[in-house]
Design a protein around this ligand. Structure first.
Ligand SMILES: [Zn+2]
Length: 492
């Protein structure tokens, strides 16, 4: 018999590591460029040579405070760094600089919107600063491993949530919103594949209604949204199966195997950590005064939720359109730019711009695997196309053809000249006499269908409309076609 999964409730907290987009590393002047050749971005400080001293990167502090404010956290006036001691081949210093007892940001929350539009508050326990370790590469040789120290000392922030998440869907929504916020704040590139955003999940289960927490396990290093969802699902199922078969969950660090979608415990030896944390003696305390906080606050961009509300009121977009467009800050900027170039600034035109962006532009970006910043059509050309649809010069169907044609334009002026030609080519025929001649011709060519229509087979109207539209190459105004068709069928 299948275990009664619905009897149980999962309790989930996420720890997210986000690499900060600072130019240099956390405690030295080395570059943080991900694409540099191995071991080229290193110096005595980030390699931990004896006698060298770290100096804190001010930009890192500024970035983490931005995130702290965005997640409604308290920002500590005075915080310190700690050493986390452990041996690992890719950590040449033998310790990692992190924050332990006094994280700079703490006690915040983030609202997520559930499928049923209900708002759920996820508590943020803390956000702290730390440095990354290097990277061991095992797959070049069978009997040798390589180490790249470029990542050593790259600045990270760790965002730790309260165990407020109750399903893999909620975890997905929370992670998406964290990623979106990081990108809006321009402090992280959101790239999970390259590892600049990584996630660990703490998971336990308990019988529904119970207020006690079950024993948790920690699934490490989830590097895609899909893996986060799949790993949480797999681990919940594993724990329930274990309990239902009479076993007990014990604390383990787990790894997720994406191939067969299972979680398994890593060797217990690796878990027996005693990091011997102590205050980092080489760094001074981090002091954040009110003026600095105020300055950062005044420079913050508009947050996604606010932007969505504004798009709904300013451009009369429905919730779903505004929500989709504001998911990505740059996509939202692109919309605003195009909307600002419209001749007819009215809700119908804004909606057409929204439709073109969400359908045509999105399709091209997906096909070519591009970000909106790399997209070649200017906002002005999109506005011209939307104006043309709004005024009835071209039909929605024709606008898709025109869109594809202007994609070939190398720059704005070339795109505009292609647009002008295409618009003329596809402009709708609304001239009644021209359309009527097509209508009459089609009726004449299909006498059988005409008589069948006349004895009651009214659905044949669709057949005639199809023929007429085809004959006009899609340019006949459908409204006029319908009117003239009915007039002629009824009187003939
Ligand atoms: Zn360095």
């Amino acid at each position: 018999m299948d275990p009664e999964y619905s009897k149980y409730e999962p309790v989930i907290g996420l720890e997210i590591h986000a690499q900060m987009k600072t130019i240099s590393k956390a405690f030295c002047r080395c570059s943080t460029d991900f694409h540099s050749s191995p071991n080229s971005n290193v110096c005595p400080v980030c390699l931990g040579f004896p006698g060298t001293l770290p100096v804190l990167n001010e930009e890192l502090v500024e970035f983490i405070i931005r995130m702290g404010i965005a997640l409604n956290c308290k920002v500590r006036d005075l915080s310190i760094f700690a050493r986390k001691n452990y041996f690992y081949p890719d950590l040449s210093k033998g310790y990692q600089i992190t924050q332990f007892e006094t994280p700079i940001c703490y006690d915040g929350h983030l609202d997520i919107t559930l499928k049923n539009k209900e708002i759920k508050k996820i508590g943020i326990t803390r956000i702290h600063m730390e440095e990354d370790a290097g990277k061991s590469i095992h797959d070049f040789h069978d009997d040798e491993s390589l180490i790249d120290f470029n990542r050593c000392g790259v600045p990270l922030i760790e965002i730790v949530s309260e165990p407020d998440i109750r399903s893999s869907e909620e975890a997905f929504l929370y992670l998406s919103k964290i990623r979106q916020t990081l990108i809006y704040l321009d402090i992280n590139d959101g790239n999970m594949e390259e590892g600049s955003l990584r996630c660990d999940a703490n998971i336990s289960v308990r019988v529904k209604g119970s207020s006690e927490l079950g024993t948790r396990t920690e699934v490490k290093n989830l590097n895609s949204f899909k893996n986060v969802s799949d790993a949480i699902e797999a681990e919940i199922k594993r724990q329930i199966d274990l309990i239902e078969s009479g076993g007990k969950v014990s604390y383990h660090t787990m790894t997720f195997n994406a191939k067969d979608k299972t979680t398994s415990a890593t060797r217990t030896k690796e878990e027996a950590h005693d990091y011997r944390y102590f205050p980092e003696p080489d760094l001074v305390k981090v002091r954040v005064d009110d003026n600095w906080k105020k300055k950062i606050l005044s420079e913050l961009p508009e947050f996604p939720d606010k932007k969505r509300e504004r798009f709904m009121s300013e451009f009369s977009l429905p919730y779903s359109d505004a929500d989709e467009i504001t998911q990505d800050k740059y996509f939202a900027d692109y919309f605003e730019n195009a909307a600002g170039k419209l001749i007819r600034r009215e809700s119908r035109s804004y909606r057409i711009v929204s439709n073109i962006l969400r359908a045509e532009v999105r399709r091209v970006l997906n096909e070519k695997k591009l970000g909106i910043n790399e997209f070649n059509l200017s906002g002005k050309v999109i506005a011209l196309l939307a104006d043309s649809v709004a005024s009835g010069t071209v039909s929605v169907t024709a606008s898709k053809e025109i869109f594809n044609e202007i994609l070939d334009g190398k720059d704005e002026s070339e795109q505009i000249s292609i647009f002008r030609k295409s618009e003329e080519k596809y402009s709708q025929i609304s001239d009644t006499s021209e359309i009527e001649s097509i209508v009459l011709r089609i009726l004449e060519e299909n006498p059988d269908e005409v008589s069948r229509y006349k004895i009651g087979e009214k659905k044949l109207a669709g057949f005639f409309v199809g023929k007429i539209m085809q004959a006009s190459k899609g340019k006949a105004n459908p409204k006029v076609v319908n009117e003239l068709l009915l007039k002629n069928l009824e009187t003939e």
